[in-house]
Design a protein around this ligand. Structure first.
Ligand code: ARG
Length: 577
């Protein structure tokens, strides 16, 4: 909980007849400095005291100001606005910010969260939707982790389904092994596209494809060999993308992993008499929920996407011990998840209440859409390369002497894409502009990275390292310096920056509560802006040693926090740009 609120509650305690916790709960952080640092609304007291809230605020202000407290109180309507004495408070706020684990908590201790993310499909390109799922899911996983939860990330690869039948038939007819070796995903995609064109003329192709998939599900050797071949080259390509994005998974368990687990689900559904025949297929009716029936087995007895997700959810609950099951999957699959969760509920499975679909909107790149069927695809690798090349051009102009410019460009270019995604509310549809996302003076990842690098540069010039700053704070030296440091951090810009930094733990908690990495991304933008204001308004490296120390410690807190926050979102933080 915010230090500021805790402390304000302690100050207020002697004057009101409320418990500490209750005061903390009531306190608010006002939108601007004129309304104080913390505000106490007097409505709750008005009900118990049966007096007007404004009169209570007025009286409290008088009593508090009469007592020579390190706080100034001002009544404004029904609010009691508290202004902290900055000189005393700046060092107190600053000290904890310098701990390298600032922002971490044990809030989720004992809870296991299983996050389904990324989950691209074999033999198809890694789509923009998969990119969003990877980035949002990865950020959520990291935020949950630092909040004390035990997190298990699972990449639920789409490695099963009728599309493999199509691919096998297409490969048998038109496939070219050499081409496939050279550019596996592009080649299999064009096979897939060709299949869809030719099937218009020759409907028997569809039957052939179905037969292949049937063979695959029933252990046919040739089908299995082909399948494995497609899986291995796709995974190689995906892994390259993950390495560039710096994302790792605890488990990569494709849909095929659940092959031997679906029989039990189907049997259980039969036992519970939930399966019904519908045009030769087996479905579970969901009329009560106002949902269309959920397809479980197709006419030829082969399984389908929802069947596999039923087995998956039960496995994650029962075998993996998940307390909360999150699915970071595009909004277009809302119906699918509603159906799967509803079937689990009909089965009386406890896990039904532990599942949460976290949808997100579509993203276009510079107006370009993507569709796997028609083959108008933008490949992610190409987008990443373009971003890195553009980042390199900007960096080379800004700082021609920079060492390791290529690595920095990789961090900034990819960071621009990741941040450009995560700064938006996840449900928003994004028309992504690379140029915009790369602007160093905008609401961008590079802006935050650049600000962090600026803070690191100051530390280097001033001869202070982050670990030295941490030691100083832990040794109590900052607290001991007290007002001697405080007097140099009492300007509005420094004070606003400090207060923002102190709210980092709440930003993480709120981002988790809403399952919204954008809350953290916005927080980092805001913090970076405040630090830049301080940087531009005040001299940091001065002749006065104490002043320089105090201000450098603030820069250290900024560098440390921006790096920690960017890491949670999946961005790197170069110390020089
Ligand atoms: N492979 C699927 C797709 O690309 C996403 C899988 C999401 N996860 C799940 N458990 N259904 O559409």
């Amino acid at each position: 909980m915010s230090l500021l609120l805790q402390w304000a509650a302690v100050q207020l305690q002697p004057y009101v007849t409320l418990e500490h916790e209750e005061i903390v709960r009531l306190l608010e952080l006002p939108p601007n400095l004129e309304l104080g640092d913390v505000a106490f609304p007097c409505f709750a007291l008005a009900r118990t005291l049966k007096r007007a809230p404004a009169a209570i605020a007025e009286e409290l202000a008088q009593r508090m100001n009469g007592d020579q407290q390190p706080v100034r109180a001002e009544a404004k309507g029904p609010y009691l606005n508290l202004f902290l004495q900055r000189e005393e408070w700046a060092p107190k706020l600053l000290a904890p910010l310098l701990a390298s684990d600032f922002g971490q908590s044990q809030a989720g201790a004992g809870q296991r969260v299983i996050i389904d993310l990324s989950s691209p499909n074999i033999a198809k390109p890694f789509g923009v939707g998969h990119l969003r799922s990877t980035m949002i899911g990865n950020a959520l996983a990291q935020m949950y982790r630092v909040s004390g939860y035990e997190v298990v990330t699972v990449n639920h690869i789409g490695d099963w389904g009728t599309q493999f039948g199509k691919l096998m038939e297409a490969y048998r007819r038109w496939g070219d092994e050499a081409k496939l070796k050279e550019a596996p995903i592009k080649e299999s995609l064009s096979l897939y596209v060709r299949f869809h064109e030719e099937v218009e003329r020759d409907a028997t192709l569809e039957d052939e494809a179905r037969r292949w998939f049937w063979k695959l599900e029933n252990g046919d050797e040739e089908a299995h060999r082909l399948w494995q071949y497609f899986v291995s080259f796709s995974m190689e390509e995906f892994d390259r993308v993950y390495a560039r994005l710096g994302v790792k998974f605890d488990y990569t368990l494709g849909e095929s992993f659940y092959n031997d687990k679906m029989g039990a689900v189907v049997d259980r559904l039969k036992e519970l008499q939930l399966l019904e025949e519908s045009n030769g297929a087996q479905v579970v009716r969901l009329d009560d929920e106002g949902l269309p029936p959920c397809l479980i087995l197709k006419t030829d007895g082969t399984t389908i996407y929802p069947t596999r997700d039923l087995a998956t959810a039960l496995y994650r609950k029962k075998e993996m011990g998940g307390d909360l099951l999150l699915y970071v999957v595009g909004a277009e699959q809302k119906l699918h998840f509603n159906q799967v969760f509803a079937v689990l509920k009909h089965m009386g499975e406890e896990v039904a209440d532990d599942c949460l679909h976290l949808p997100f909107g579509l993203m276009k790149f510079d107006g370009r859409k993507m569709s796997t069927r028609k083959g108008q695809v933008i490949f992610l690798d190409e987008v990443l390369d373009e971003a890195v090349a553009k980042a390199l051009a900007i960096i080379s102009e800004k700082n021609p002497e920079l060492e390791g410019a290529q690595d920095v460009a990789e961090a900034v270019g990819i960071g621009a894409i990741v941040f450009g995604d995560l700064k938006h509310h996840r449900m928003l549809e994004i028309d992504f502009s690379l140029d915009e996302a790369l602007r160093f003076e905008g609401e961008t990842g590079p802006y935050v990275q650049y600000t962090a690098a600026r803070a690191f540069k100051l530390l280097e010039k001033g001869g202070l390292s982050l670990s030295e700053a941490e030691v100083l704070s832990q040794s109590g030296a900052i607290a001991a310096a007290g007002g001697r440091y405080g007097q140099h951090l009492n300007g509005a810009a420094a004070w606003e920056c400090l207060k923002a930094l102190a709210a980092y733990p709440e930003a993480i908690a709120e981002a988790i509560r809403q399952h919204e990495p954008s809350v953290l991304a916005r927080f980092l933008l805001d913090t970076a802006k405040r630090f830049n204001r301080f940087y531009h308004q005040e001299r940091i490296l001065t002749e006065n040693e104490e002043e320089t120390s105090a201000k450098l410690l603030l820069a250290a807190a900024v560098a440390s926090l921006l790096r920690s926050g960017l890491t949670l979102l999946g961005l790197k933080t170069p110390t020089q740009i």
